[in-house]
Design a binder for this molecule. Structure first.
Ligand code: AP5
Length: 216
């Protein structure tokens, strides 16, 4: 299975771009967000959710052994349901043990790692202003991508909410954690000539256009 990894700070736009690419009918990408999977496990009150929530609510990383079990089971499921799809992996890997495990994982092949480069001051504004639809998961921003009607999803009419880890204090910790892991991860992909960096401090459509060209 071919995998494209999206790397970047919290709020750099990985999810926005992965969703757009995976819903474009002419392309056959499967969006796999480890953050979404963990939040779903929290909502369902599963054991995985209870473990993950203790870390996520503070903006810390869920331990590697938990994430590796999770990713292995998710990849096996995708392999059996959509064997020819290309996976857009959003939020994984975040550490060197995760990246190494993904490279060694039997049937997956990471062809490219796309790094979303955005200045930190922009990231804080993006995260604290983000609002998500409770029903369909669409992402909005109170200033940069406002819904047509206040607190209501344009796509399905669902109510919008703010993620618990998008409060300012937790955002600061998430950015600190990201800063401590990011450089070795970039080096991992740079050394194997798989790293592509894009300027992600531009309008969503321009970034989408850029990524589509790089993935061709
Ligand atoms: P996760 O859900 O992966 O969060 P994240 O990496 O912190 O990323 P975000 O979803 O916050 O940001 P994004 O880059 O997707 O930005 P988005 O497109 O939404 O992880 C959450 C937690 O789960 C982690 O903290 C950790 O605890 C745990 N976890 C997950 N994976 C793990 C792993 N592998 N190992 C260990 N722990 C793990 O955009 C943000 C906002 O900006 C939106 O409002 C959007 O509308 C707006 N926006 C997007 N693009 C633009 C643009 N070009 N211009 C203006 N606004 C824009």
């Amino acid at each position: 299975m071919r995998v494209i990894v999206f790397l970047g700070a919290p709020g750099s736009g990985k999810g926005t771009q992965a969703k757009q690419l995976s819903t474009a009918s002419a392309l056959s990408y499967v969006h796999l967000s480890t953050g979404d999977i963990l939040r779903d496990a929290i909502r369902r009150e599963e054991p995985l959710g209870r473990t993950a929530n203790a870390y996520m609510s503070k903006g810390n990383l869920v331990p590697d052994e938990v994430m590796l079990d999770l990713i292995n089971s998710v990849l096996s499921r995708v392999e059996s349901t959509s064997p020819s799809a290309t996976i857009l992996m959003d939020g994984f890997p975040r550490t060197i043990p995760q990246a190494t495990a993904l490279d060694l994982g039997g049937k997956t092949r990471v062809g490219m790692a796309v790094f979303f480069s955005v200045p930190e001051s922009v990231l804080i504004a993006r995260l604290t202003g983000r609002r998500i639809c409770k029903v369909c998961g669409a992402s909005f921003h109170i200033e940069f991508l406002p819904p047509k009607h206040n607190c209501v999803c344009d796509k399905c009419g669902g109510a919008l909410f703010q993620r618990e880890d998008d409060s300012r204090d937790v955002v600061i910790n998430r950015l600190r954690v990201f800063g401590s892991q990011n450089e070795p991860l970039l080096e991992h992909y740079r050394l194997s000539n798989r790293l592509v960096t894009i300027d992600a401090d531009r309008p969503v459509e321009q970034i989408h256009f850029d990524i589509v060209n790089k993935l061709r």
